[in-house]
Design a protein around this ligand. Structure first.
Ligand code: PMP
Length: 360
């Protein structure tokens, strides 16, 4: 059975060389006589895997001195609570910029831990854009400002970094981390679930500026306290060892391909293949404002939704899978993370052209 082109929003396609290496090392990791899954997290073998993954992530993302990188658990939805439990205590207030379903969910969860405000929202127009910075009403007394850099459902992405003055900027980068270079120094905190660009589900990357550590609310569980985890080198509790191992292999793969600048060029080229076709088609449509289009998740609708099921069945038959849009958005969505080859996007567009010609 050949591998399909998997357009899933996550868990998502992984680089084939990574999967092959993991398969080769499954029963015996580098002469240890053990699978990585069977290793003590404090043993020398896993400690070397962990240190390498951490060093590569720091190098690829250009994480400066003064920032701690943590491998945590609980996913990005867990972080929706973990972030306010750790950060909101400084002033009791936080601002949220709402650009779609994920940032809305972040705001709702944070409201359990302090006074949260919507500083800007693009909901009125249907979440198809990022509100311009001059429309944001920021609270200078907020403990932080939260954004979602890429809305996975709506396909809306920030292509600029907000300026929030002395108020730390916090970003959910679950669906675009390591897809392009990022200036970490502009952020107070970045978090991301792994299962789109980094590896398997189960590990969450957190990058936190050190001066933000140590303000957790008393109710914050120790395993979710950034300061406690920083002190313990992400090993206050047993970390998700296998997920970290695979993420480390993905980091090596990204580095071999030229790092995040190379990823960005590759992702721009791939997305252009699909958006260029959507722009010329009168049969398929993407509704997102041009300057906020996501390079990672491309939602599109058929002009006639009655053809949706037929479109999906035909795609599946060609090995183009997981194209059904999110249940709240309807239509289709093609997720084009780092590991999706351009050939996958070309095959999708060839199918769409063919489908359009047959059904026009
Ligand atoms: N934020 C964003 C931007 C996401 O795409 C997702 C997952 N699709 C989440 C949060 C939730 O992640 P998890 O289910 O891993 O907690």
């Amino acid at each position: 059975m050949p591998r399909v082109f998997n357009f899933s929003p996550g868990p998502a396609t992984l680089p084939e060389p990574v999967l092959r290496q993991a398969a080769d090392e499954m029963l015996d990791w580098q002469g240890s006589g053990m699978s990585v899954m069977e290793m003590s997290h404090r043993g020398p073998e896993f400690m070397s895997i962990f240190a390498r993954a951490q060093a590569l992530a720091r190098e690829l993302l250009g994480i400066p001195q003064g920032y701690t990188l943590l491998f945590m658990q609980g996913g990005a939805i867990g972080e929706n609570a973990i972030v306010p439990m750790n950060l909101i205590g400084r002033t009791g207030r936080a601002d949220y910029v709402v650009t779609g379903g994920w940032s809305q969910k972040s705001l709702e969860e944070a409201a359990r831990y302090g006074a949260v405000r919507t500083a800007a929202s693009s909901e009125a127009a249907g979440f198809v854009s990022v509100p311009p910075q001059d429309a944001w009403q920021l609270d200078p007394g907020a403990a932080y400002v939260h954004i979602c850099s890429n809305e996975t459902i709506g396909g809306v992405q920030f292509h600029w970094t907000p300026e929030t003055g002395d108020v730390p900027l916090v970003a959910d980068m679950s669906s675009d981390i390591m897809s392009r270079p990022v200036d970490v120094s502009r952020y107070g905190l970045i978090y991301a679930g792994a299962q789109k660009n980094l590896g398997p589900a189960g590990v969450t990357l957190v990058i936190v500026r050190d001066d933000l550590l140590g303000h957790a609310l008393p109710i914050c569980p120790s395993a979710f306290n950034y300061a406690v985890q920083a002190e313990a080198g992400s090993m206050y509790n047993t970390p998700p060892t296998y997920a970290i191992y695979i993420a480390g292999l993905v980091f090596e793969h990204i580095q071999r391909q030229g790092g995040l600048a190379a990823m960005a060029a590759h992702n721009r080229a791939k997305a252009a293949v699909l958006y260029d076709y959507l722009d010329e088609s009168r049969f398929f449509q993407n509704r997102v404002a041009r300057e906020a289009r996501s390079l990672m998740n491309v939602p599109f609708h058929l002009r006639d939704p009655a053809l949706d099921a037929q479109f999906l069945a035909g795609a599946q038959a060609r090995g183009l899978v997981q194209l059904k849009g999110h249940r709240v958005a309807g239509g289709m969505r093609a997720s084009l993370y780092n590991a999706m080859p351009i050939e996958g996007v070309q095959a999708l567009v060839a199918y769409m052209k063919d489908f359009e010609a047959r059904n026009r």
